[in-house]
Design a protein around this ligand. Structure first.
Ligand code: CTP
Length: 398
């Protein structure tokens, strides 16, 4: 809850400005006061009238607005809030911030503020991927700016890829996190999650029963403690975590490539239930039944071990590498051997015999295996397990 907290929301010019209207509603519902600033480009997408009706406050638009200056100057406006949120944050406004430009109200406030700034970027995928934008994001991160999103998906301009503004509930979660306890602030954590699907032909695949719930809960908990989270997920049924950079993949090979692209990170947590094999000769067209009644032979090839590949590398190895071990027999002995074989620092072993109801269920019961030995944690919800894992990671860096 954000009772008594003040947010200064800057709305720049982008089609996703309409989502900021919902963000104002969510913020007010959670008890926050919202002052809004609308840039000239922003006013092409939403109106001051809508903003003032939703926020219940005057909308600020002009740098040299004498009435405003007599009531509240731009310096005070930039400091009266607990947090400055820019949603949508355009490539242009971010570039201005990088250079310390202050030629309109929004950029002046961002230069004058002494409060944390959270940006929710939104732009066309090519603009997002452009080297200039990526350089600017890195500079802003180094300067201490927080980010939520962008997400990957279909875009208003008809293209597909990263660049969509995070959804209002994700931005709200990022705001709550920015205003709360943040022991993992400044740490980048990678989480893999969900099953992988290995195609047999265009309509069939090999898969497993993972729901992705534990991975989502871990990403949520890490984000809640202030970490910047990259979440690489297979086709999981669980909801995607809030406030994280989500990368959707299908196969183990794609997951490894996405993980490698996300390095360097401080921590990597491999919660995905990666398929051990893929079909060696998957077909581009549907396999038809043959008149002889003989089923097709499927030759399998081993998939790359993503955890071991990252844990055993010398260059860019995350400072903390965490694995999971799904076991049905001799859980501790197998998991202890697995930790050494895969080269990870911590390994959470879980008993996935069907009678435990853990695989795909709401609860987990894990044993943490480290160099120091085995530590059994009580059975609890996946959200509580995740919270405890995130706190343990924070302790590790304390
Ligand atoms: N893992 C991985 N890539 C794979 C297989 C597993 O990154 N190709 C990771 C999982 O995310 C998990 C850990 O390795 O963190 C252990 O997964 P598990 O399925 O228990 O182990 P396997 O290596 O598949 O071993 P086995 O099936 O022989 O028990």
């Amino acid at each position: 809850m954000l009772e008594g907290r003040k947010v200064l929301l800057i709305i720049a010019g982008g089609i996703s400005a309409y989502k900021s209207l919902e963000l104002i509603r969510l913020l007010r519902k959670s008890g926050a006061a919202v002052a809004t600033v609308l840039t000239a480009a922003g006013s092409e997408f939403v109106t001051s009238l809508t903003l003032s009706a939703l926020s219940g406050e005057k909308v600020h638009t002009e740098l040299f607005d004498l009435t405003s200056e007599s009531e509240m100057g731009h310096i005070e406006l930039s400091r009266s809030a607990d947090l400055v949120v820019v949603a949508p944050a355009t490539a242009d406004l971010m570039a201005k911030c990088v250079h310390g430009l202050a030629n309109d109200l929004a950029s002046t406030l961002l230069l004058a503020t002494d409060k944390p700034v959270l940006m929710a970027p939104a732009m066309n995928v090519r603009m997002w991927e452009h080297a200039a934008t990526q350089r600017n994001i890195n500079t802003l991160r180094t300067d201490g700016t927080l980010f939520v999103g962008p997400n990957e998906g279909d875009m208003a301009c008809g293209e597909f890829g990263p660049g969509r503004m995070a959804e209002p509930p994700e931005i709200l979660a990022a705001i709550e996190s920015a205003l709360g306890e943040r022991p993992l602030a400044g740490r980048h954590v990678l989480v893999t999650s969900g099953p992988t699907h290995e195609p047999i032909d265009p309509v069939r695949y090999l898969a497993n029963r993972s729901s992705g719930r534990q991975g989502t809960a871990i990403a949520d908990a890490l984000f809640g403690l202030g970490a910047e989270v990259t979440f690489v997920t297979g086709p999981a049924s669980a909801a995607r975590p809030r406030g994280c950079r989500v990368v959707e993949v299908e196969t183990a090979t794609e997951m490894l490539a996405a993980v490698e692209r996300s390095l360097p990170v401080d921590v990597a947590i491999f919660a995905a239930a990666v398929a051990d094999w893929h079909v060696a000769s998957s077909r581009d067209s549907k396999i038809k039944k043959d008149s002889s009644g003989r089923p097709p032979m499927l030759a399998l090839t081993e998939n790359p071990d993503i955890l071991a590949t990252i844990a055993l590398r010398t260059e860019n190895r995350p400072a903390l590498v965490v694995g999971f071990a799904a076991e049905t027999d001799e859980v501790i002995a197998n998991a202890t051997a697995k930790r050494l074989r895969k080269g990870c620092d911590w390994l959470f072993a879980n008993d996935v015999r069907p009678e435990t109801g853990i695989m795909g269920g709401p609860e987990n019961s894990v044993t943490l295996i480290t160099e120091a030995g085995a530590e059994a944690w009580p059975r609890m919800s996946k959200a509580e397990t995740a919270e405890r894992i995130a706190r343990r990671v924070a302790q590790h860096f304390a």
